[in-house]
Ligand binder design. Structure first.
Ligand SMILES: [Zn+2]
Length: 280
């Protein structure tokens, strides 16, 4: 099974749900053929924890950042502390950052400000971003609109800089994407990847599968968002990285391609976006 060559580009191994059996969870991940995992913080504390986990295994890397639902804790020190964390050799992305209008726990202006400051940090440190977006409802799409608008501002700024500090195709990923094809294309044109997760396997997710079928395969990343969003047939249970194989299999079905192609292509995409080793 090892030749599967899979990458889970989004999980939260530092969450309490894995406290008792992380070793077993990782063992199952390597058994199905996962070659790399990106574990992602949502606040300063969990960001520290992701680094600790990543330090213990060559195949695990860390992203650090303040999730929009944690944005109220942002203060003058947070930026400085994040800038220290991003210097760590196992930190290869900034995330998860973004906007959440579903929970709407934090005033939108604060969410946007914290998002923008973190985009600045990512550009300054030349690392890609992992972006969270959650609309209020299927019809109220203001959240993704605002996210696209803000990353658009940064793309323009970046395009105007003569010195290209980040290659255009290394800007980041819209993780666990649930938008429409126009929204996906807007992000792709700006150099972003689209993250596909467990919901693509759900019985009632034909819309999402239709969107995925229209995406260029060289712009797709696969992910679990463990411990959340477990794919069919584990829906509602704790998710874990090994289940990323279910996401890959569903994409293979949608594209009508051998699943090996999906493993290979999505891992190749992940390798292009994330510099797994900053010491090169
Ligand atoms: Zn997440």
């Amino acid at each position: 099974m090892r030749e599967a060559n899979l990458t889970d580009t989004h999980c939260h191994l530092e969450f309490d749900q894995f406290e008792g059996d992380l070793g077993q969870v990782l063992k199952r991940a390597w058994q199905v053929g996962i070659v790399r995992l990106l574990t992602i913080g949502i606040d300063l504390e969990s960001s520290q924890d992701t680094i600790e986990i990543a330090e213990k295994d060559d195949r695990i890397f860390a992203a650090v950042g303040i999730h929009p639902n944690s944005a109220l804790n942002w203060n003058n020190q947070t930026k400085k502390q994040l800038e220290v964390l991003v210097e760590h050799p196992k930190v290869i992305a900034l995330g998860e950052i973004g906007l959440d209008y579903y929970r709407d726990e934090v005033p939108r202006e604060i969410q946007k400000e914290v998002f923008r400051i973190q985009l600045e940090i990512a550009y300054k440190h030349k690392i890609p971003v992992v972006i969270h977006t959650r609309n209020k409802s299927e019809r109220d799409r203001k959240c993704i609109e605002d996210v696209l608008h803000i990353i658009g501002e940064f793309s323009n700024k970046f395009n105007n800089q003569k010195k290209q500090s980040i290659r255009k195709n290394r800007r980041g990923v819209l993780h666990s994407f649930s938008g429409n094809i126009q929204e996906a294309n807007t992000a792709i044109e700006m150099g972003f990847y689209v993250g596909v997760s467990g919901p693509v396997t759900f019985k009632n997710a034909q819309n999402l599968r239709d969107v995925v079928s229209m995406l260029p395969l060289n712009r797709i990343l696969i992910e679990t968002d463990s411990p959340f969003l477990a794919p069919h047939p584990y829906r509602g249970k704790r998710n874990e990285p090994a289940y990323v194989i279910k996401v890959a299999k569903k994409i293979a079905e949608v594209y009508n391609l051998p699943v090996d192609n999906i493993y290979r292509e999505t891992t190749r995409n992940a390798n292009l976006l994330f510099h797994w080793s900053k010491i090169s």
